[in-house]
Ligand binder design. Sequence first.
Ligand SMILES: Nc1nc2c(ncn2[C@@H]2O[C@H](COP(=O)(O)OP(=O)(O)OP(=O)(O)O)[C@@H](O)[C@H]2O)c(=O)[nH]1
Ligand SMILES: [Mg+2]
Length: 510
Amino acid sequence: MARPRNGRGEGSRRRSLSDPLSAALLPPPNETFEQKEERLRIEVEAKRVSDGIDEMIKQERADMKKTKADVSVLLLGQSESGKSTTLKQFQLLHAPSTFHAERIAWRAVIYLNLVKSVTRILNALSPDGDEEADDNASIAVSSEAGHGAVPNYERYRQRLQPLIELEARLSHLLSSPDEDEPTQLGPLNGAWSQTNEQMNGHVGPNSVSSPSKHGNAHSRRTEVAVHTSKNWKKAFSLGNKAKNPMSPHTGEIQGWWEDPDDPVHDLHACAPAMLDLWRDPHVRKRLEEKKIRLQESAGFYLDEIPRITAKKYIPTDPDVLKARLKTLGVVEYPFLVTGGANKGVKWKIYDVGGARNQRHAWVPYFTDVTAIIFLAPISAFDQVLEEDRRVNRLEDSLLLWKYVVSSKLLSDVSIVLFLNKCDLLRSKLGAGVRLADHMISYGDRPNDYESVSKYMKNKFGVIHQQFTPNKERELYCHYTSVTDTRRTATIIGDVRDIIIKQHLKDFKLV
Ligand SMILES: Nc1nc2c(ncn2[C@@H]2O[C@H](COP(=O)(O)OP(=O)(O)OP(=O)(O)O)[C@@H](O)[C@H]2O)c(=O)[nH]1
Ligand SMILES: [Mg+2]
């Protein structure tokens, strides 16, 4: 909802496009001459740093053009398996300046992830909510679980009403088909100031429907997705690090928190209510009864409410890695290995959408690919597909795996398997969820992490052995938690070496 301007003229509200670094230097009110001098000195330094980052980005892009050879890697796996997160880890390793420059744009996604978690809780608590459990088996359980609203439900709903509206607004802004270029007013002015009225009738196919009285019933099942052709990062960035970070009117640097339409204000105002909701033992109990495990989706931001709703919040690297935005289409990411034995080799990574209706886009890439990294989220053995709740996620992963390894088109392609979400697997087993209850073939084997992860590796390995058209092909398998940067960086290094070695061998260069 567009809010009235805060008393100042439109002219003074017009911001210069500051980067986060400059924006953090917002002048205090009533600053003295000396303070102003000091601030200006800091601003000059901030600009120098910002220009340095620009230069590094330029260098990274220029390096990309000097190619020796091409290696292309396709990331495959079901939706939410961790493909885009793996791509972000590649970016963090190989183009850190670009990754850091884009951090601020992820603010919109992180806000939406947080707001969606809140509306999902509200819907789960609602007496007439239809929020579904996270797993198969619990559907029967949940229908017997405590009926009626938790104490204070109506009060929570009232206090959090602005977030229900914000969810619709953010979903629309992120998922609506839009022009690539931001409006002339600059990304910030245009990005947030869309009213609900403007949105009526324009809600994109992947965004949420209008909020119902008791929260948004579709908050979970209609994930927000952005087509890769949409330049959404540009629209939510703070502009290309303004060459002149000063306001022409006041000489001050202005931050996004000055924009009354910025979502941070609603989030900041609702933070105490969000905290009360998330810490309420009745709420936790109800979520448990309904087997809704927010930690397995984007719920982790709920543990960080004060930090994320702070007015000057800038996403950290882990925040960006955890941000969930479903992929539609194919993202192509080129990078150059700048050190070591493989220096100068040009790589291309393709990240695809993993939902069932996206998989048709995979095949055209099969003919010209050097390697595949297949992600199987092995923690998902008790979950069902979002797009078809009759299908167990692990079963879907195994079927997809069989399809990929048996493909004749891919018979000479190196295959790397990431048994992913090992962190979630460990905590799930620790919480007493039993694999045998969802996979009969597991029988009475021990339900600990070591036994289960080994069993999974074996299961995938046997399928490869049985169905690969190329009996010579070696399968490279890693246990991963791709949100963990340190461990994933080591694995990515190993995978890179293996892929390039195999590639050179195929071309008889080693
Ligand atoms: N805890 C944990 N979360 C993970 C892991 N890998 C991915 N995630 C989270 O799972 C969610 C889905 O990951 P994505 O990388 O978006 O999944 P995707 O395979 O690209 O999904 P689509 O784009 O729909 O095909 C994100 O919120 C990630 O942060 C992991 O190893 N551990
Ligand atoms: Mg993705």
